[in-house]
Each structure stands twice: as C-alpha cells, then as structure tokens.
Design a protein around this ligand. Structure first.
Ligand code: SDX
Length: 430
C-alpha cells in the first residue's frame, strides 16, 4: 500500500501535515480543509489561480499542451466523429451511449423542445432592443415559475427531468430572444429536425416562406455546440456550482451561469472579439492595436486572446479556425476581410515577444464570431449561442455536485483589511 502523501506547512512555529490528493492525471492537490482548524490561518487566492474548488470526473484540461477531454475523450475526436446530443449524453452520464440509449435520449430531448405557451408573454415585457442575454437570464430564471415538477434538487428523477428540459429548451429560448429582437414572430421547434437544424430553423425561418436548413451549416453549428459544451471549473460553471450549493433550483442556477458568462472576459468575448476585428478593419491597422494591447496604461486587450488555463493553443480555437474556412467556403464567401484580419493578427501576435512571453494564444472566442456572423447571426447572438451550448456542461457539473454526499454550501472567507473596531460618533460631533 503506497504511503499516503503529505505536504508540511509551518504556521506560527507549528508544523502541520496536510494530505496530498492524487488525480487520474494533472496536478496533485494539497487538501487544506483542516488548515484553519489546525493552524488558525486561511489560504489567500483571489481569482483561484492555484485552487481546486471541487473534485470532478467530467472535463480535463491540460493548459500547457493545449488538451481538452470530455469524460476522457479528446475534443478533436468528439468534434470530428460525434455530435452534440451524443456529447450531451456523455457529459451527463459519463459514458458514450449505445445505439438504443442514443435514440431514446435524442427522442426525449426532441420532445421537450417546446416551452410553456405562457412564457411567450415574458418576452413582451422586454424592450425590442434588449440584449438577448438579458432576455435569456430573465426567461431561463422564470422557468422555475413554470416547471415546479422538476425543482426538487433532492430528487434524482427531478434533477434528470430538469436537465433534459434545460438542454432541450435553451435553443428555443435563445431563438425566441433573437426573433423578438428583430420583430419577427416566434418559430416553433420542428421534431423532424435534428438539434442544430432545429435551432437554425427557429432562428432563420419565417412563416411567409419555406426555409430549408443547409445540412453543412447545421453540421458546423452542431460542432460549435460541441466545442462549447463544457470546460472544467470556468467562471460561469463555478457560479452554477456555488448557486447550486445553496440548494437553489436548477433553473435559477443556470440563469446565474448565463449572467456570469455574459461578461466580456468570459463568454462575452466572442461578441467583443468580432467587434474588435471589425474595428481593426484591415491588416495595415493591426500594429496600432497590437501596440495598444501591450500598453499597460491602455485598458484595451486583444479579445479572443489569452486564457487562465491554456498557455498553449486552445484546441477549440484550432478546430474553430478550420471550421471558419469551411463555412465561408460553403457560403461562397471568399477573401472575408474579417477572417483575413484575424489570421494576420494571430500570426503577428504569435511572433511578438509580449504575447509569446505571456503565453497568450487565440482562445475559443477568437474565430467563433466569424463563423456565426457568416451564418447570419448578429454579434448580440454570439454569447446566447455559447450559453445554450454550455447548458449541458453547467447542468452536468451541477448534477455531479449534488450527487456528492459530502457536498456543502460554498462559503469562502477573506483577508480583512478594513477598519479596526471603533465606536459610533454622533453626527453633531463628526
Ligand atoms: C472564455 O475559464 C475558461 O475556461 C473560460 C472559457 C470557457 O470555455 O469557459 O475558455 C471561455 O472565457 C475564454 C476567454 C475569453 N476572454 C477573452 O478573450 C478576453 C481577453 N482575454 C483576457 O481578458 C484574459 O486573457 C483572460 C481573462 C481570458 C484570462 O485572464 P487571466 O488568466 O486573469 O490573466 P491576466 O489577466 O492576469 O493576464 C496575464 C497577463 C497580464 O499582463 P501582466 O499584468 O502580467 O503584465 O497577460 C496580459 C495581462 O495584461 N493579457 C493580455 C490579454 N490577456 C492577458 N494582454 C493583451 N490582450 C489580452 N487578451
């Protein structure tokens, strides 16, 4: 029996031995749960750069070599050989489905794609020019006002039903948010269409004429869903876990995840990246923006570049870049100026010492906007598409957390640097 590994820390002349936990693969973890009790000190790690917040078996990332696995399967293989609903089954259940399980799961999800008819009225309360992410946060949170039979988080059956409802209905809600923002009628899901084709149909068809989904674009859309499905303990997933740790219902937790994803440092970067590329406009203006990105006094950053974990290429960005060429070719769009700027910007940045020394590479958001824009989506729909794709990851992590008998409410502490204790002073004496 291998001797248990420990890490020794000396605090106030007291030596404390802490267990070291061994992963399947990746960094070992020093278990500090007893540190405060034994040593009377906290650890300090704002932004969690060196902190594992949980134990998980869902997704593995190696940022140094640029690897991403869902349940052990490399993203490159899943993007090429699998499809989104099969990936959803894998993330939720831990194993790839056999033919019968897959067919049953796809039928189940397909039959949950409609939303309660009353939910249509929620949209009417928003201004037409509301950002679709604002609408999605509101409407997804409101699902807890409709689906009372799947909000008991202690019932595994209800957890399962809520998971299926969320995976099935998020594309419908995202498409409704888009249609509402452009003043077009909502389009109901079509059960004869596959998941990605259904989403494109709900977004781009109109009652006035027949709309045929381009299968090649549907395949590209499906691949984008797969690439965004999960990503370990990123900010929005950590938000969902923290909200879920209090016992909040699944719809409220996913609404919290959508809110967090919206930020430009996170999922909002796909919108910001395309807007940046369009602002640059032409290859000759790239040096000006590279200079700004390197200027400590300039808040400008290259959107779609850099990552907390990846210090090498984000494997999703590589696949997305290949897909961008493919989609633009399918659509007959050649010499797309934005794609040309993106490729030249990537080339220049990766030869520039600032980016090389800080290990800043394109991330998942750098090329995705070029594909989505070419498909006909406005930039405001980029993050909603990220959100609907990530819902399966969020809910899988939420289920994993609730399935852990040792799970408890998340409640970090702090380094207090405020005023020492003092007495109240009457306003007349201040
Ligand atoms: C996603 O976590 C996930 O897994 C997220 C995600 C997922 O699938 O869930 O992968 C999705 O959110 C991808 C990231 C999308 N965001 C962007 O593209 C926005 C631009 N990138 C940055 O804001 C930044 O790179 C972050 C937020 C992504 C990561 O920031 P970190 O890890 O906190 O790193 P940092 O801000 O401390 O940067 C380290 C250094 C700094 O310079 P110094 O202070 O050391 O001198 O690199 C610089 C930064 O100034 N830097 C950049 C830069 N990103 C970092 N400089 C210019 N342009 C950039 N994009």
């Amino acid at each position: 029996m291998a001797e248990a590994k420990t890490a020794r820390i000396t605090v106030k002349d007291k030596e404390i031995d802490l267990p070291v936990l061994t992963p399947t693969v990746g960094p070992e973890c020093v278990d500090i749960r007893k540190l405060y009790g034994q040593g009377g000190v906290f650890t300090f790690d704002p932004g969690f750069t060196s902190t594992a917040a949980c134990e998980s078996a869902i997704t593995y990332i190696d940022g140094d070599v640029g690897e991403l696995w869902y349940r052990g399967y490399p993203i490159e293989q899943l993007a090429e050989k699998s499809h989104y609903l099969e990936v959803c089954y894998l993330l939720l259940n831990g194993e790839l489905p056999n033919a019968e399980q897959l067919e049953k799961f796809e039928t189940l999800i397909t039959r949950h794609t409609m939303v309660h008819e009353q939910m249509h009225y929620f949209f009417r309360g928003f201004r037409r020019d509301s950002h679709p992410m604002a609408t999605m946060v509101g409407v997804v949170g409101a699902m807890s006002a409709f689906y009372h039979d799947s909000t008991d988080i202690n019932d595994p059956v209800q957890r399962e039903i809520a998971s299926h409802r969320l995976i099935a209905k998020l594309p419908t809600i995202a498409a409704m948010a888009y249609k509402y923002s452009i003043g077009q009628p909502f389009v109901y899901p079509r059960n004869e269409l596959d998941y990605a084709s259904n989403f494109l149909h709900m977004c781009f068809s109109v009652p006035a004429e027949k709309y045929e989904v381009n299968p090649a674009l549907a395949r590209a859309m499906d691949r984008i869903f797969t690439l965004h499905a999960d990503h370990e303990q990123n900010a929005s997933t950590s938000t969902v876990r923290l909200a879920g740790s209090s016992g909040a219902n699944p719809f409220a937790c996913i609404a919290a995840g959508i809110a967090c994803l919206w930020g430009p440092a996170h999922g909002g970067a796909n919108q910001a990246a395309l807007e940046m590329l369009q602002q640059i406009g032409s290859v000759d203006r790239i040096p000006e923006y590279i200079k700004r990105a390197k200027d400590k006094d300039d808040p400008f950053r290259l959107m779609g570049f850099g990552h907390r974990v990846y210090k090498n290429f984000d494997p999703r960005a590589k696949i997305m870049k290949e897909s961008a060429d493919e989609v633009l070719d399918i659509l007959g769009i050649h010499n797309n100026p934005t794609l040309q700027v993106a490729k030249e910007l990537e080339k220049i940045a990766l030869e520039d010492d600032y980016f090389v020394s800080k290990k800043l590479y394109p991330n998942v958001d750098f090329y995705s906007g070029i594909i989505l824009s070419a498909m006909g989506f406005p930039t405001s729909m980029f993050t909603p598409i990220f959100a609907l794709s990530r819902t399966v990851g969020w809910i899988s992590q939420w289920k994993e957390m609730l399935g852990d008998p040792d799970n408890k409410i998340g409640r970090p502490r702090q380094l207090y640097v405020g005023s020492d204790k003092r007495d109240y002073v009457d306003v007349a004496k201040r």
